[in-house]
Write a protein that binds this ligand. Structure first.
Ligand code: PLP
Length: 450
């Protein structure tokens, strides 16, 4: 596309005058005006193109403007743009069928929502009604969404300003060996001690008061921390022992991101409820949902489920989901994420870690990777303090600016950068992005203790 700075300036001016942005001090942000996007790239009105290592907010799993998904949305819009949720509608039925076909175990019924947070809200409501118990256990270092219950469950600082303290939420520590809360030296120790800690938490909270334990299968925004082998199976066992509903939040990790349809597949674990959103239709139209086990579906077989929403299973969103899932299957996109995650991204990031003293740890799988940046590899002091704002965040800002100057749009959260491009990114695109990442890490290295 031709550069068109005047059009970009008008877009930006209206944005600055009228758009109130998420999670931001409105006068301290400077949103880029985006002119277009395709595949793994987007570009601005000045003609600068960026390789997107963020997939938006980790949702464009099939890249931008996938022709099959765009065509399906256009076709659905021409045929039946919308319809109320109480009816059986082809796009909705087919999306539910394709999802249920892929979800693990007997998660065969799907309740559709508009996104991830409301999926979490409904999963918790289902668990409370199913068990008749009030509390929910969730992990520190987690993100479950911005609505009231979901943000209370969240274990990162986005919770603080909205924490009601009365939402029946108890936080615990999930395993994370690099910053172990359990003085562990090995994954085995971390796993065993994290499970012991969780069981003690259950005992002291009172098992008969706990409706659900919710975990991201692989925590995403909080740092992409694949759990040690055996942890999720151990949580499953605790849930079975104490009659607690096990909820896995796959809003970010699901639909191909980890090189499997769901991250749960990597660990051979079956939850009672599973939340999804984002990758289900690559975020082309807002959609989320809860996949529901047979036992929980049975609770609401004769008794009404007291919850719903106007756009539950919106036909446009569901048509996008059908096309996305079919494209992923036809084009081997999940397999692509697994293959080049293991053969290109993992080895390249480990190689960068050897050369860049700012890289403390590399973690991930598929198209779901994090680099933990530190000031000091021995002490593991984060490159910026936890939840740094303003000047304190300067090192990560310098890293991000260097990446952008090189045509790479990086994902930055606290002291981490995540490598989360589209799951159908090519090897050549990845290599271009990894080269830009290499030079941007040199900017981060400047802040390392010497
Ligand atoms: N759960 C997880 C694991 C997420 O990563 C997110 C969003 O990033 C959410 C829930 C909330 O989803 P949404 O922003 O669609 O409400």
């Amino acid at each position: 596309a031709q550069p068109n700075p005047e059009a970009g300036a008008a877009v930006k001016a209206a944005d600055r005058a009228h758009v109130f942005h998420s999670w931001s001090a409105q006068e301290l942000i400077d949103p880029l005006a985006v002119a277009g996007a395709e595949g793994a790239y987007f570009w601005d009105y000045e003609g600068r193109r960026y390789l997107d290592f963020t997939s938006g907010l980790v949702f464009t799993n099939v890249g931008y403007q996938h022709p099959k998904v765009v065509a399906a949305i256009q076709e659905q819009a021409g045929r039946m743009t919308t319809f109320a949720p109480a009816f059986a509608v082809e796009a909705r039925s087919e999306a539910a069928r394709l999802i249920a076909e892929r979800t693990p175990g007997d998660l065969d019924k799907v309740f559709f929502t508009n996104g991830g947070a409301d999926a979490v809200e409904h999963a918790v409501r289902m668990a409370r009604l199913h068990t008749g118990r009030p509390k929910v256990l969730s992990a520190y270092r987690s993100y479950h969404g911005g609505t009231q219950q979901a943000v209370n469950l969240t274990g990162d600082p986005r919770r603080w300003a909205s924490d009601s303290g009365t939402a029946g939420v108890v936080h615990f520590w999930a395993p994370f060996l690099y910053r172990s809360r359990f003085y562990a030296q090995t994954e085995e120790q971390e796993c065993a001690r994290a499970l012991e800690h969780l069981e003690t938490t259950i005992a002291f909270e009172g098992p008969s008061t706990i409706a659900a334990i919710i975990l991201e299968t692989i925590p995403g925004t909080a740092g992409i921390m694949p759990p040690p082998p055996g942890y999720l199976a151990g949580v499953r066992e605790l849930c079975d022992t104490y009659g607690i509903v096990f909820v896995l939040d796959e809003v970010m990790a699901g639909f191909g991101r980890t090189g499997t349809w769901f991250a749960a597949d990597l660990y051979d674990v079956v939850p009672d409820l599973m939340t999804f959103a984002k990758g289900v239709n690559s975020g082309y139209v807002p959609l989320g949902g809860v996949a529901i086990s047979g036992a929980i579906a049975e609770t609401f077989a004769k008794r009404p489920y007291p919850g719903g929403l106007t756009y539950s299973g919106h036909p446009l969103a569901c048509a996008a989901a059908v096309a996305t899932i079919n494209a992923m299957a036809e084009e081997g996109i999940v397999e692509n994420a697994a293959r080049i995650g293991a053969s290109v991204v993992g080895p390249a990031l480990h190689e960068l870690a050897q050369r860049h003293p700012s890289v403390g740890e590399v973690r991930g799988v598929g198209m779901f990777w994090a680099l933990e940046l530190v000031r000091n590899r021995e002490t593991r002091e984060p490159l910026v303090p936890y939840n740094a704002t303003g000047e304190a965040g300067a090192p990560m800002a310098a890293f991000a600016a260097a990446a952008k100057a090189d045509g790479l749009w990086p994902f930055v959260n606290m002291n981490r950068t995540h490598v989360v491009p589209a799951c159908n990114v090519s090897e050549a695109e990845l290599k271009e992005g990894l080269a830009a990442l290499d030079s941007a890490l040199s900017a981060a290295d400047e802040f390392v203790d010497r």
